[in-house]
Design a protein around this ligand. Structure first.
Ligand code: RNT
Ligand code: ZN
Length: 415
């Protein structure tokens, strides 16, 4: 049987439980994933060749990493050519593309013009992040919550400028640019004063966000964290901090799957945020024992995240971004694996007979709930996925990997 014949058989099987696969694929097409540029070069960027700081870390030295914007875009094009659907690229301020020597408190839209031109040509949307790390003004572990005014002011200026760039992206590309704020600020050891740094962070953010920007062009998001390397005891921007901040300032709350206690999951938080938050940003990642940012695989939590979005009808208010960086494997493959898995997980969730499952739960029929959800695991979702890939003109099954290996031989290993 070819891909279409397999799809037709799967379609019949899903129809028997009341799921219309054609309609599902139409819905799936609308789901945009924001692929993070920083998997392409181990969070290096082009502002400096200094070390990665801010309590995050990339391990591995797989050959072939992109060392300039042209190479990075070439790698991104390769990755997107293996991913069904039209998506977004998530840039960080350190990925500016300019010959000018400028610092983070001087960046302007013009320093990102080449990215915009490329995104237009590729039919991609753009998201953005100010970069509060890998810089000498990340002083003694602090940025926006630093006790030194000079340090805070530097980063406040950076934050303000990042919003102008996000606004410019939104205008140019005709789709909203999510601008995500994450700061690494914290203490290695137990602090005496947990309150004042949080107050300073709140005030710095308020200054950055003082100017109202058109929400159809850009939306600000705030990302919390439990700990970082060197900030093990105390992170200023904790989950509670940003729940409070985001909800009172109408900001998107960003949940990164790796930023919680090892057994704490973000899937169980989505329904609550759905009730109270202006919008949600996800950093889909995979923590292995700690915030290790492994490539996203089809594990239970990924599927649970996707189910929560679909079952609670939250896809409309959720921006799905990815956040991982693995330098031990082919970086293009890392992007493709993580992004394809995320889309595939959304598809799997859409292939559930959601209304029926909700009804049997309301009826108190927990046996049928368990029987069905277990049986669904064996349904032929992969045949629907393969057909979707074919329909979208991207390689089916393992075919992409052959091409990716060829690209490694022809391009990456020659760098
Ligand atoms: C760090 C945060 C943050 C970064 C990127 C590079 O713990 O997850 O999102 O990964 O900004
Ligand atoms: Zn993140």
């Amino acid at each position: 049987m070819n891909t279409t014949e397999k799809y037709l058989a799967a379609k019949e099987k899903y129809a028997s439980i009341g799921v219309d696969t054609d309609a599902v694929l139409k819905e799936l097409e609308k789901v945009k994933i924001s692929m993070h540029v920083w998997q392409g070069d181990d969070v290096q960027g082009f502002l400096s060749d200094g070390e990665l700081t801010g309590g995050i870390s990339v391990t591995g030295n797989h050959p072939g990493k992109a060392t300039n914007p042209t190479e990075l875009r070439q790698d991104l094009e390769k990755a997107y050519s293996f991913i069904p659907g039209k998506h977004k690229l998530n840039l960080h301020a350190i990925y500016l593309d300019t010959d000018e020597k400028i610092d983070l408190n001087e960046i302007e839209p013009k320093h990102f013009e080449k990215w915009v031109a490329w995104a237009k040509e590729q039919g991609l949307g753009l998201d953005f992040n100010p970069t509060f790390f890998s810089h000498p003004m990340f002083k003694d572990g602090f940025t926006l919550s630093s006790p030194e005014k000079e340090v805070r002011d530097f980063w406040i200026e950076h934050g303000k400028r990042s919003r102008k760039i996000a606004e410019y992206f939104g205008k140019e590309l005709g789709q909203v640019c999510v601008n995500n704020f994450w700061v690494p600020d914290g203490y290695k050891d137990n602090p005496i004063d947990r309150y004042s740094p949080r107050k300073r962070l709140m005030e710095s953010l308020d200054e950055i966000f003082a100017e109202e920007l058109d929400p159809s062009l850009t939306l600000d998001a705030v990302e919390s964290k439990l700990f970082g390397l060197g900030a093990e005891a105390y992170t200023v921007g904790s989950h509670e901090f940003y729940m409070g901040y985001g909800l009172t300032r109408q900001k998107l709350v960003c949940l990164d799957a790796g930023h919680f206690h090892p057994t704490e999951v973000i899937s169980n938080k989505l329904s609550s945020l759905g009730l109270f938050s202006e919008g949600i940003l996800l950093h889909v990642s995979r923590p292995v024992r700690w915030d290790s940012d492994h490539v996203v695989i089809m594990d239970d939590e990924l599927q649970e995240i996707a189910k929560e979005l679909v079952r609670n009808d939250l896809l409309g208010k959720t921006n799905i971004g990815l956040d991982f960086f693995d330098a031990t494997i082919n970086r293009v493959a890392a992007w493709v694996i993580g992004t394809r898995n995320t889309i595939k997980a959304v598809l799997k969730a859409m292939l559930e007979p959601t209304d029926y499952l909700k009804q049997i739960e309301l009826d108190g029929d927990f046996t049928t709930r368990l029987v069905l959800t277990e049986e669904l695991k064996d349904f032929p979702y992969a045949d629907v996925w393969n057909y979707y890939c074919e329909q979208q003109g991207v390689p089916v099954g393992l075919d992409w990997y052959k091409e990716a290996q060829q690209y490694e031989q022809d391009v990456l290993l020659k760098r």
